[in-house]
Ligand binder design. Sequence first.
Ligand SMILES: [Zn+2]
Length: 252
Amino acid sequence: MVKIKRSVGNKGKNHWIDVMEIQCLINENTHLLKGIEPLLEDGDIGKSTISAIESYQKIVMRISKPDGNIGPYGGTLKSLNKTRKPRSKYGTCFDLATRDNLFPLNFIPAESYKSGMRSFGSSRSKGKRLHAGCDLYAPVGTPIRAMNDGIVMRPVEAFYMRTYVLLIKHDKFVARYGEISHVPNGIKNGAQVKKGQIIAYVGKLKFKKPMSMLHLELYRGDATGPLSTKGNKYQRRADLLDPTSVLDAATK
Ligand SMILES: [Zn+2]
């Protein structure tokens, strides 16, 4: 079941991540919308996305005067979920929360990853940029666990404020484990990891007042190219996911 937090479409709130979920969902309903081109899943609300919503409401739901708006609890979202044909390549769009993942730390941080600066979408650089992940505050050296089985996708790379980042392709998503200090022996490009295996350690950010955390970013994994890009306010690739619900649902 694909969910959105805010309304999308005509007169909607149109938060980037919600728009992307709807674009994805509409693309899974194109079998019912003959002659309509698949939407670009870029999170930008535009004429083509709104008109695709209206077409769906008209053709499938038989509404004579469609409003082109999808609410988080409305009939259009329910219907879209009911009629979709999930794509096989990466399963479905964003129902990762229901999957069997492990929380990447062996404790829940005292300071919530859902509030303040730590939350996904929180403001950076005075609003010029948005936080692309969730921050799990933890002491330097805290072991980080693989959220699921997977394969290391790249060599460990330099990241932010003298920390490093590890990229792992899990079965249904790609996880970017950021702001780490180092990885254990054997964690290298192409290595297979098992769910729960220690894959890295929390690093120390070289701010004036040192801080330490796991900065976690998730991607659907069906886009290509570099993860850090300039295309949107998150400055991340278009298949970026909000990790909050995945972390909420993960086994602690
Ligand atoms: Zn962060």
